[in-house]
Design a protein around this ligand. Structure first.
Ligand code: SIN
Length: 279
């Protein structure tokens, strides 16, 4: 093993040591990091010193990078970088509800790599929840009910909620209408393309309804799944420092960025690795 792995919790999450992401990684290191991601669902690196070019290079070790919404793109030289920022006067932060990233898209990302440039003096942790265990701990009756069911995912509610409560990276006029109105249908239980394990695949931020049902008919079942899937004992919590990196597998975990640092500034840069159609 070319890396050192220290588990952060019993359900998911591990810190990875002995890797300098600012240097070129060799095939063994990349394979070991990928294995660590598959085994732990989310992995963390400390004390990194990355340029945007480094972050893009690291992302590309794990696949093609995913396209970004126009209003979140880095105004700088690397368009693949997504800016996650909460300024001191902003009321809300991106990702304050439990979610998997951009499940309103037909092909949501495989995963995201988030790098901390500026962290608040306190707060601003990110939580992650294991969606394999969320599925496995459902009763057989509920598993049978969910078999073959699909849900519709959208982004409109989040876009409307964040409007005026966060500073846009670019002018709000640059928000593409498609990113707020697009919807996609995904299986409620997806099979991970690399591990073959089944994971629950609904989230309160994006999932709107169960396919073939009205919104009010869908809500009781979806609400039960949201609560079930994010129970404290399925989670781990990461406390950021400047230079920390998190790499999560969007196919089998949800995450939530805590909004508990009013008046503070938090700035992260992220790349997203392209995924495959959920099946
Ligand atoms: C996100 O939801 O992608 C942001 C996570 C974070 O800021 O910790």
């Amino acid at each position: 093993m070319s890396i050192t792995i220290k588990k952060l919790g019993g359900m998911l999450g591990a810190e990875i040591y002995d890797v300098d992401l600012s240097a070129n990684l060799d095939k063994t290191q990349i394979a070991d990091i990928r294995r660590a991601l598959l085994d732990n669902l989310v992995i963390f690196f400390r004390d990194q010193n990355l340029t945007d070019e480094d972050l893009v290079r690291v992302g590309k070790y794990f696949g093609e990078l995913a396209p970004l919404p126009p209003h979140r793109q880095n105004p700088g030289s690397q368009p693949e970088i997504l800016v996650v920022e909460k300024k001191p006067n902003d009321k809300l932060n991106f990702g304050y509800e439990w979610h998997s990233d951009t499940t309103h898209l037909p092909i949501p990302p495989l995963g995201s790599i988030l790098y901390a440039l500026k962290v608040p003096r306190y707060g601003g942790d990110t939580m992650f929840a294991n969606q394999y265990v969320a599925y496995e701990t459902l009763s057989d009756s509920v598993k049978d009910t969910l078999d073959g069911m699909r849900a519709i995912h959208g982004n409109g509610r989040i876009m409307r909620t964040l409007e005026d409560k966060v500073s846009p990276v670019r002018g709000q006029e640059a928000v593409s209408a498609a990113w707020s109105t697009d919807t996609s249908s995904h299986p409620i239980v997806r099979t991970h393309p690399e591990t073959g394990r089944k994971a629950l695949y609904v989230n309160i931020a994006h999932t709107q309804s169960i396919e073939g049902m009205e919104i009010n008919e869908s809500q009781p079942l979806l609400q039960m799944l949201y609560e079930h899937s994010t129970q404290n004992h399925f989670t781990c919590r990461f406390q950021w420092e400047k230079g920390s990196v998190a790499f999560w597998d969007n196919r089998c975990c949800q995450h939530l960025a805590l909004n508990d640092y009013p008046g503070e500034h938090r700035l992260m840069h992220r790349v997203q690795v392209k995924g495959t159609k959920p099946i």
